[in-house]
Design a protein around this ligand. Structure first.
Ligand SMILES: NC(=O)c1ccc[n+]([C@@H]2O[C@H](COP(=O)([O-])OP(=O)(O)OC[C@H]3O[C@@H](n4cnc5c(N)ncnc54)[C@H](OP(=O)(O)O)[C@@H]3O)[C@@H](O)[C@H]2O)c1
Length: 375
């Protein structure tokens, strides 16, 4: 699920290379997207449908050993429930299936914080595990299902996924910023690029919220995909009964009710430094004419994401649950996360030079815009 996406496409690419004999199905939203997947990966089968195709998702999940979901989770609780119902339907088959869910580090984001301020806290998926797996209803990646609200049991999505642990081997992947070019057939560029460009063009400069003293974790999409492969390799090896009896046991259960994995290669990239590094690259590629980094407010960013140059300073701020506000908060918030669990399982990042990555991404995005406009 989400196999045509930026993250999911990178996972699919590695999976096909690492396990050429495994049967893989990708959920594609239409025939055209399905054709793109099968043209690149002839061994992959596509199932056409979307996250609203609940019955199809449930039935398909009942027939597979591992589900990887790299699609959106916020507001898609019913889809998640269909996946879990399907996988639970495997009970009695002798196989405990696997579900790898993609969530996001917004879970730890304090939206009451004024934008651009420093936080000392680095969230660690080992040290802070208890808190992460039992976040309150106010956290962002929570369920929005009305029936659950009605029954006064608004479990966060994290809880919804982890609660399937008795029947399904579950794990949650949780990134902050994901960057880099992905081998995805549909979304080679990061999901955040359009909003970044929209704001930079509207402000006519790089920008930060307030002092830009807030910081985020960052990971290259290919390194993130390698994290999924740590889990997928383990699942496939176990399913094949190939686990070596003499290999040391993992330092903690890889799957189950505590299996919450942060995804970051670096835990602290200050936004001020990020934009100071970005400004010369934006200038070099002709997006802005100076290296200035403007200090702006969260509300201004949200409006620019929505309206770009047609910015009306008197317009009402975009709704708190809108994509524009989500992006703007992300620019001013602290999302400092440490991937201790993955490192304990032997994963190490290969990409650490994020400015080199941006130097590649900026012209790629400009090119993508040209091609899209020409269509
Ligand atoms: N990227 C980040 O920085 C970041 C950070 C935190 C969390 N996340 C989480 O990771 C998820 C994936 O991120 P991404 O960057 O890979 O996003 P993306 O490139 O936009 O990919 C999203 C994938 O989900 C599919 N999809 C979207 N809506 C769907 C629907 N209604 N039914 C079926 N499929 C649907 C898309 O299909 P199409 O190809 O048809 O569009 C695509 O395959 C995000 O939605 C978010 O929950 C990402």
């Amino acid at each position: 699920m989400g196999g045509t996406g930026h993250i999911g496409g990178a996972v699919l690419d590695l999976l096909v290379q690492s396990w050429p004999d495994v049967e893989i199905q990708v959920l594609a939203r239409d025939e055209q997207k399905a054709a793109k997947v099968t043209a690149k990966y002839p061994q992959v089968q596509c199932v056409v449908g979307d996250f609203a195709s609940l019955e199809m998702i449930e039935v398909t999940c009942r027939g597979v050993d591992i589900v990887v979901n790299a699609g959106p989770d916020i507001t898609h609780d019913e889809t998640l429930k269909a996946v879990i119902r399907g996988l639970q339907g495997r009970e009695g088959s002798g196989v405990k299936p696997y579900y790898i869910h993609t969530s996001g580090a917004y879970l730890i984001c304090d939206l009451r914080e004024p934008g651009g301020v420093k936080s000392e806290k680095v969230w660690d998926d080992v040290e802070d595990n208890e808190q992460l797996v039992s976040m309150p209803d106010t956290a962002v990646h929570r369920v929005t299902d009305k029936s659950l609200h009605a029954s006064n049991s608004t479990k966060p999505i994290v809880k919804l996924v982890l609660s399937a642990a008795p029947h399904v081997n579950v794990a949650i992947m949780s990134p902050a910023g994901v960057t880099g070019i992905s081998p995805s057939v549909g979304h080679p560029l990061p999901i955040t690029m359009p909003a970044l460009f929209q704001c930079v063009r509207a402000f006519r400069s790089a920008f930060m919220i307030g002092e830009g003293a807030n910081a985020v974790g960052m990971i290259h999409v290919r390194d993130f995909a390698r994290m999924y492969m740590v889990l997928i390799d383990e699942a496939l090896t176990t399913l094949a009964g190939d686990n070596k009896a003499d290999s040391p046991p993992p330092p903690f259960p890889i799957w189950g009710e505590k299996a919450y994995y942060f995804a970051s290669a670096v835990d602290t990239l200050y936004r001020r430094d990020w934009f100071a590094g970005l400004a010369p690259l934006l200038q070099k590629h002709g997006v802005v004419s100076s290296r200035e980094v403007k200090s702006v407010t969260t509300a201004e960013v949200a409006r620019r994401v929505l309206f770009g140059d047609n910015y009306d300073p008197d317009a009402a701020a975009p709704p708190p649950d809108s994509w524009a506000t989500h992006i703007a908060h992300g620019m001013g918030a602290n999302l400092r996360i440490r991937a201790s669990r993955m490192r304990a399982l032997g994963w190490e990042p290969e990409y650490l030079s994020f400015m080199e990555t941006m130097d590649e991404l900026i012209p790629a995005y400009i090119q993508w815009e040209k091609e899209t406009a020409a269509k």
